[in-house]
Design a protein. Structure first.
Length: 237
């Protein structure tokens, strides 16, 4: 009897101490097929940008400062979360990793542009061939995306099932921009690369890119985020 009781006790303790899998109630819809990570392995990508309803779960838990609202008449589940700076995005990352019990991150700039390349428009020939006027060509040609915010799923989808990479929301990456000389991942950084129709560099405190940041051409219309993970999810692609 004593041995049986001891065995039951061990089983109960093990049930509470063994690692648990992800909480799928918090895991967002993922693309049907993985993309390719910078390491060369599979990269599992959120099918659409984080939505307002997903974001506001973080706010309701007290982990995200901002509470977002959809456009008048819109449903929070149908609109991407925008107006986010680097600090906001990292509040969400800390929260989603805790509640989902899974390791999500932002894509690198290289990963973002590799997965978006099939749906981004081709770079047109410059209007001016004089190198000193290249800035003018860039400004006139690169602002081709409609700047109006649209519901999630309104733009193109890649063959992997990743939507809206060519939309009007530029997405934060984890890559720091260093003095025009390249990118680097570092714990403290003044500005980060955001992925969109053209590459942009946004200071970490900026939520409205029209008022701050720098880019080739016009500033991005909106700032949002998309989760990626290096680890497969149960029952998800």
């Amino acid at each position: 009897m004593a041995l049986l009781a001891a065995s039951l006790c061990v089983a109960v303790i093990a049930a509470f101490t063994l690692p648990r899998g992800p909480d799928m109630d918090y895991v967002p819809p993922m693309a049907e097929k993985p993309a390719i990570a910078e390491s060369g392995g599979p990269l599992y990508v959120q099918a659409r940008e984080v939505t307002i309803v997903e974001w506001n779960r973080c706010h309701a838990d007290g982990a995200c400062t901002l509470r977002l609202k959809p456009p008048p008449g819109g449903r929070a589940a149908e609109w991407p979360a925008t107006g986010l700076n680097w600090l906001d995005v990292n509040e969400y990352l800390v929260w989603i990793n805790r509640v989902s019990r899974h390791s999500f991150r932002l894509p690198t700039a290289q990963e973002w542009y590799a997965m978006a390349e099939p749906v981004l428009p081709e770079t047109p020939d410059p209007i001016f061939t004089d190198p000193s006027l290249s800035w003018a060509s860039d400004y006139l040609l690169e602002d081709r995306t409609e700047r109006r915010l649209r519901p999630s799923g309104s733009w193109s989808m890649t063959k992997e099932g990743i939507a809206d990479l060519n939309g009007s929301v530029w997405e934060w990456t984890q890559d720091c921009y260093i003095d025009g000389s390249g990118t680097e991942r570092m714990p403290q950084c003044p500005a980060y690369i955001v992925g969109g129709e053209h590459e942009a560099v946004i200071p970490f405190l900026v939520r409205d890119p029209a008022r701050g940041g720098c880019a080739v051409g016009a500033p991005p219309p909106h700032l949002g985020m998309r989760l990626v993970t290096d680890h497969p999810l149960p029952g998800r692609s």
